[in-house]
Design a protein around this ligand. Structure first.
Ligand code: UD1
Length: 398
């Protein structure tokens, strides 16, 4: 029986929920003895690390332990990207995969596809490089000041197969001259993971740990959840202050919970904004305060439980715009643009930009509106399976 090697790369927090669906689909494929069998090699670049930003996701989502950990850690974009490339090249040469799967738009995604695009190793078919597959291809914010936009454009240009989550991605790729045959509309692996873990997330203790049932007399949807980490929002004093002031005004109307990304924590301390927050190192019942209740980054199941029960989510994340769409929780995006326009056209998400008045106006408006859960085409829990079955057919026939 033929066996093909699929290497899967993950580096940063938003990658983990995407690869979870792919590694699980590979396991199902092998388990049901479908051909060809797949040898899976999982590489963690170590772009994100530690319990809160990495290990808890592997545990919550049942992702197998990485076969290789590059342990690159944090540094500037150039240094981090270069370090991943240097450490990834020998790994490719050692394992000689037939297929390299990269997901999303982080530095690990672009670094590993760039190495793979220039490598050559001996195989039964002569000297080859792996087939490069980009999952979540074609998304564009049309804002090249975002590091992720550069990562998306470069990764797509280097990839042999482009697996897309929504129709706008096909349009973008065609406008960039990508051949139709390379583009496959497979669905959304992040949504696969959400649907699979939704029931388990209901068992999370986070609501009672935060005293939310007591505060609201069992009446949930009494709080808003905020996430913020984009460099354009948090790295500049004025931009961060403008957003935080909007949140402080909003906190007069609704409790705000802010699981804070380490980048944002560093900046808030550096800019001297700590007095705007109640900071907690562990989960504590909310106290009656108009300051923002700030907690450490949450694991996947706790965060899913929290957002599922929120009245409103305010975020600058890409993935959370998609998750709230499926959950039917109104989302106010703290950015001028989105690379995920389907979340806006379904009516779940609005772009508020970063000006105080707009954020406050839209947040207050959205709090009073009901939005229905939406499942755009192929956001059905089967994207990982489509990806693995399509790839196994392609490698077998190549
Ligand atoms: C990265 C991704 C971004 C993604 C985000 C999700 C790129 C270009 N950016 O941004 O697309 O939305 O992850 O979280 O790849 N830090 C820790 N622990 C960690 C990781 C980081 O403390 O596990 C701190 C470090 O001080 C680091 C800072 O957070 O300098 C920022 O981390 P970094 O990985 O550089 O970028 P993110 O802002 O997380």
């Amino acid at each position: 029986m033929s066996v093909y090697k699929f290497m899967v790369v993950a580096g940063a927090r938003p990658n983990f929920m995407k690869i979870a669906s792919i590694t699980s689909a590979i396991e199902d494929h092998n388990h049901s003895r479908r051909v060809p069998q797949i040898e899976r090699i999982l590489v963690h670049t170590g772009q994100h690390y530690g319990e809160q930003m990495s290990a808890s996701f592997f545990r919550d989502l049942g992702i197998p332990s990485p076969d290789v950990d590059l342990e690159v850690g944090s540094s500037s974009h150039a240094q981090q990207t270069a370090e991943i490339m240097k450490r990834f090249e020998p790994v490719l040469l050692e394992h000689t995969p037939d297929v390299l799967i990269v997901v999303g738009d982080v530095n690990s995604t672009v670094a590993c596809s760039l190495v793979a695009s220039k490598i050559e190793y001996p195989s039964q078919r002569g000297r080859v490089r792996p087939l490069i597959v980009h999952v979540e291809a074609g998304l564009r914010s049309f804002d090249r000041s975002m590091p992720e936009e550069i990562n998306r454009i470069v990764t797509d240009a280097l990839s042999d197969l482009l697996f897309i989550t929504e129709e706008s991605a096909a349009t973008n790729l065609k406008l960039e001259g990508v051949a139709q045959a390379k583009i496959h509309w497979v669905g959304n692996t992040m949504v696969d993971t959400l649907l699979k873990h939704r029931d388990k997330a209901k068992e999370s203790k986070i609501l009672s740990q935060l005293g939310l049932q007591q505060v609201a007399g069992h009446e949930l949807r009494s709080f808003a959840v905020v996430t913020l980490h984009r460099p354009s929002n948090v790295d500049k004093r004025e931009s961060l202050e403008e957003i935080l002031d909007a949140l402080l005004m909003l906190s007069q109307k609704i409790k705000i919970l802010f699981p804070m990304h380490p980048r944002t924590t560093h900046r808030i301390r550096e800019f001297g904004f700590s007095s705007k927050f109640e900071f907690y190192e562990s989960l504590q019942p909310l106290v009656d305060s108009t300051r923002i209740h700030c907690i450490p980054p949450l694991g996947y199941l706790d965060f899913l439980c929290l957002t599922s029960n929120a009245k409103l989510v305010l975020t600058d994340s890409g993935g959370i715009q998609e998750e709230t769409t499926v959950l039917g929780v109104p989302c106010v995006t703290l950015r001028e643009n989105t690379e995920r326009p389907i979340t806006v056209s379904t009516g779940n998400n609005v772009l508020a930009g970063t000006k105080k008045e707009n954020i406050l106006r839209l947040a207050l408006e959205r709090m009073e509106q009901k939005v229905r859960p939406n499942r755009p085409k192929y956001w059905d829990g089967e994207a990982g399976t489509r990806i693995v079955e399509l790839l196994s057919r392609l490698v077998e026939s190549s």
